[in-house]
Design a protein around this ligand. Structure first.
Ligand code: GLU
Length: 462
């Protein structure tokens, strides 16, 4: 059997980290099993769906490398198929027309609530042998309801939650088509899961209540239902369900903020799944380790500081060459050094101090563009007492061999001549050349800088 999984987002808001985790696991499971990963856009809520939200889904998945093997399929383009299957259910007697008006339904609900009963459709229009149905009202188009089995229960072995059993008495007869014939959500999902031959449904546990209803529809259509794994919610830092309403960012925002796709995959993977104590792993390791048996049972909480830490670890592990490619979108034109080897070497030099590509870009831009030291740093470090030594250092830099070792030797000579300690010279040079006193080793910074620029910046500061 080929494993076939799907991610089935509704494009009704910008997809956030909590949502995209529901793409990561089915993707990883399919990949780890040599299976097929399918993307299905559930856009039947026409009022709330938007192209912008679809774009964020597609861009976010592409950025993270969660590429579907099939799709994207759009439910709105499959309406004819849903109607065809509805026809089949109708012919087999699984659905029936219900003429209960909204006002009648409301009144029914009120009566049930007053009697402390669970509000549910009471089966008024459900045909049964020997039962006389009410007279069909004039000019009313019916909804179509699914005949939920009356006795017994639905049971499935959820890969995350274990055995779940729901008594059929708890479920009323679900509307599966509206008066205009358009199918409803639970019905479309089942038709799609059948047509797309989905073997494993891995989705958020907000769908647990839909599952028994969906299983009934599978059974009515004579099909075995897929394996289900319902993932616990992702909470935000305040412990609330992550949602756009309470500040969750669109996935693509993390791209803009300089996170690495592999770090995001790593972080999201750990948000509800574990492999021993491993915290930092590559995409390949994740795929070789992923299974449904180690999905967490309790809600995971988003932690931006941890995400940054994971990102920093991945950034550090990248080669300078790789970083030079990745950081390009954030670089000012002058920082796109003509010499790729030097740009890569700069990335290597600064990467340990960076937790995002934006921070790395900031260093690279400082290496090439204008620098703006703060007045406080200038006053503290570029003192009159040190200016003669700075002038001599600038002079020596004009002719020194441009290597870290030769520059280091030049620094020593000036220190000795002026009876200074290293920081007394190094700090003002850093402030003038990079705009901050905190930088990697000065000789290395200078060796990877442009000679004329360095000399010019020191002289301008005197
Ligand atoms: N469209 C649903 C959602 O975005 C997911 C449906 C499913 O995975 O079965 O929540």
């Amino acid at each position: 059997m080929t494993v076939r999984t799907r991610f089935a987002p509704s494009p009704t808001g910008f997809i956030h980290l909590g949502n995209i985790r529901s793409a990561l696991y089915p993707w990883a499971f399919a990949k780890s099993q040599d299976g097929v990963f399918i993307l299905r856009i559930e856009d039947t809520d026409v009022e709330r769906s938007s192209q912008e939200a679809v774009d964020v889904i597609l861009e976010g998945m592409q950025w993270l490398g969660l590429n579907p093997d099939e799709g994207p399929f759009y439910q709105m383009q499959r309406m004819d198929r849903y109607k065809e299957v509805l026809e089949q259910l109708r012919a087999q007697g699984w659905v029936y027309p219900c003429y209960m008006s909204v006002a009648e339904l409301d009144a029914l609900r009120e009566r049930q609530m007053a009697a402390k009963l669970k509000p549910r459709y009471d089966g008024t229009w459900r045909p049964e042998p020997g039962k006389t149905l009410p007279a069909i009202p004039e000019g009313v188009k019916p909804v179509w309801r699914f005949k939920t089995p009356l006795g017994g229960s639905v049971v499935w072995d959820d890969k995350v939650k274990g055995r779940i059993e729901v008594a059929n008495a708890e479920l009323d007869d679900l509307v599966i088509a509206r008066p205009d014939g358009t199918p409803t959500y639970n019905f479309c999902v089942v038709v799609d899961d059948i047509d797309m031959a989905i073997t494993h449904v891995i989705r958020g546990d907000d769908h647990v209540n839909n599952t028994p209803r969906q299983i009934h529809i599978f059974q009515a259509l004579g099909r075995a239902h897929p394996v289900y794994a319902h993932l616990p919610t992702v909470l935000n830092e305040q412990g609330e369900k992550m949602s756009k309403r309470n500040g969750a960012k669109a996935v693509t925002q993390y791209c803009t903020e300089g996170y690495l796709p592999d770090a995001m995959v790593n972080y999201l993977a750990r948000l509800g799944w574990s492999h021993g104590d491993d915290e930092i792993f590559s995409r390949e390791q994740f795929l070789s380790w992923f299974d449904l048996d180690h999905l967490g049972k309790s809600a995971a909480q988003f932690d931006e500081a941890k995400l940054k830490w994971v990102n920093a670890q991945h950034l550090k592990a990248c080669t300078g060459d790789a970083l030079a490619q990745m950081v390009k979108p954030w670089l000012e034109p002058q920082a796109l050094d003509g010499d790729p080897a030097r740009l890569a070497a700069r990335c290597d030099l600064f990467k340990d101090r960076c937790d995002t590509l934006c921070v790395l870009a900031d260093w690279l831009n400082r290496m090439a563009g204008p620098v703006q030291p703060s007045a406080a740093d200038l006053a503290q470090h570029v003192t009159d007492a040190v200016k003669p030594a700075l002038a001599e250092f600038a002079q020596s830099l004009q002719t020194v061999e441009w290597s870290a070792a030769a520059i280091a030797a030049g620094i020593k000579t000036v220190l000795q001549a002026h009876q200074l300690k290293m920081p007394q010279l190094a700090m003002p040079v850093r402030v003038l050349v990079l705009g901050t006193p905190q930088t990697p080793s000065l000789d290395q910074v200078l060796a990877l800088s442009d000679r004329d620029r360095v000399v010019g910046l020191i002289r301008a500061g005197l």
